[in-house]
Unconditional design. Structure first.
Length: 392
């Protein structure tokens, strides 16, 4: 009997190692999103990070989506899977009654809705991707019924949830769709990991108390071996080989972009590489874990740098760019608005806009409003950083 009990305990411990100790699947996380595996979710600096086999507070239910034809291309671009036969989310313009085990995202008014027809900003009350706010075109606002998911700038409900229907009063865009899909597929984990550990520990102690002294020693030797095995496995899988990490084409592309554009943030990388933010997030996490890049907070953004670069070197680096050097020298003497800078320097307006944005992102320039114009000027903090860097 004791042999059977020993085998059961050993298998339990092996299961624990497999389920909770090893982060093996980061390279194949896209395919796991649509498999039977649960993907666990945490937030780091307001950015979602996903894990396979590491129990966290939340997990993701793989989304299978049925969508109207005009919405489907956005769903594909976001990286989600469309499936008209086996689906758990319906996204449509028509009010429907979905099957009981489905959730519907409906871009349609309900009784008591008010027509808006204006450009607006919505502020997320329930915000799984930490977007905080989105610029949208508002068609209508809703009565205060059910759960309010987002509100317009005037406080009227823009998105509400009633039972298993989510009603959306604005035109669908990628931000709105992504946040709503994650709102549906994120679930709290049922049984906390520490509770499971406690149960297994109690079971192990009770089994040990039934063994003879000689068997106890053998059993403890097995436990010790398994513990050392876990350490060895963890050490093996957590040491990333640079060549292996960069063998993934998308990851190599992201890494090269950061080398060429240090100080870039998530949405900028996503836009310029034309890839969903969810995909970029996963690969950034792997690159950071492999110690190839690092993240730093700059103002209200998280930026990404090559690991060997100091954030204080960013402004100097950007001033090696001839266009930005011209703009910098101009603004030292003449704080000005966009079109004046472009005219005086004989540069294209869009070129100036692009470079000013880059300079603002890394803390070289700041803006202030004067009347109906945005005035650009050199940031005081840039001089402070330069001075402190020189002092060192």
């Amino acid at each position: 009997m004791w042999v059977v009990k020993s085998i059961l305990v050993v298998f339990t411990l092996i299961f624990m190692i497999h389920s909770y100790g090893i982060d093996l699947s980061l390279d194949t996380i896209d395919q796991y999103l649509y498999g039977n595996e649960k993907i666990y979710l945490t937030y780091k600096n307001d950015t979602p990070h996903f894990y396979i086999g590491e129990r966290q507070e939340y997990y993701l239910i793989p989304p299978y989506i049925k969508a109207d034809d005009t919405i489907a291309p956005m769903i594909k671009k976001l990286g989600f899977k469309l499936n008209n036969s086996t689906y758990n989310i319906i996204i449509t313009y028509k009010d429907i009654t979905p099957p009981s085990n489905k959730v519907a995202i409906i871009f349609s008014p309900i009784n008591g809705s008010n027509v808006e027809n204006r450009s607006a900003t919505i502020f997320w009350v329930v915000d799984p991707l930490k977007i905080k706010q989105s610029n949208v075109y508002a068609f209508y606002s809703f009565p205060k019924t059910g759960e309010v998911i987002a509100v317009y700038d005037d406080g009227k409900p823009a998105i509400i949830r009633v039972d298993n229907k989510i009603y959306v009063g604005c035109k669908p865009n990628e931000d709105v769709l992504a946040n709503l899909i994650y709102l549906i597929i994120i679930r709290r984990s049922g049984v906390p990991f520490y509770y499971l550990l406690l149960v297994i520990l109690i079971a192990t102690i009770s089994l040990l108390m039934t063994f003879q002294e000689a068997l106890k020693k053998k059993f403890l030797d097995v436990i010790s071996f398994l513990a050392s095995l876990k350490v060895a496995i963890l050490a093996r899988v957590n040491i990333f080989d640079e060549e292996k990490v960069l063998s993934n084409k998308t990851r190599q592309e992201i890494y090269n972009y950061i080398l060429e554009n240090p100080g870039s943030h998530l949405r900028e990388i996503s836009k310029n590489l034309n890839k969903p933010t969810s995909t970029i997030t996963w690969h950034l996490r792997i690159l950071e874990k492999a110690n190839l890049i690092k993240s730093e907070r700059l103002g209200n953004k998280i930026i990404y740098l090559p690991v060997e670069m100091d954030i204080k070197d960013l402004p100097k680096l950007y001033l090696r760019n001839e266009t930005q050097k011209k703009i910098f020298n101009y603004l030292l003497k003449n704080p000005a608005h966009l079109r004046k800078i472009a005219k005086d320097l004989n540069l294209n307006v869009e070129t100036v806009r692009y470079n000013l944005k880059k300079m603002e992102n890394v803390g070289i320039v700041e803006t202030r409003e004067e009347g109906n114009k945005i005035i650009y000027y050199i940031s005081r903090s840039f001089f402070d950083k330069s001075t402190s860097s020189t002092d060192k």
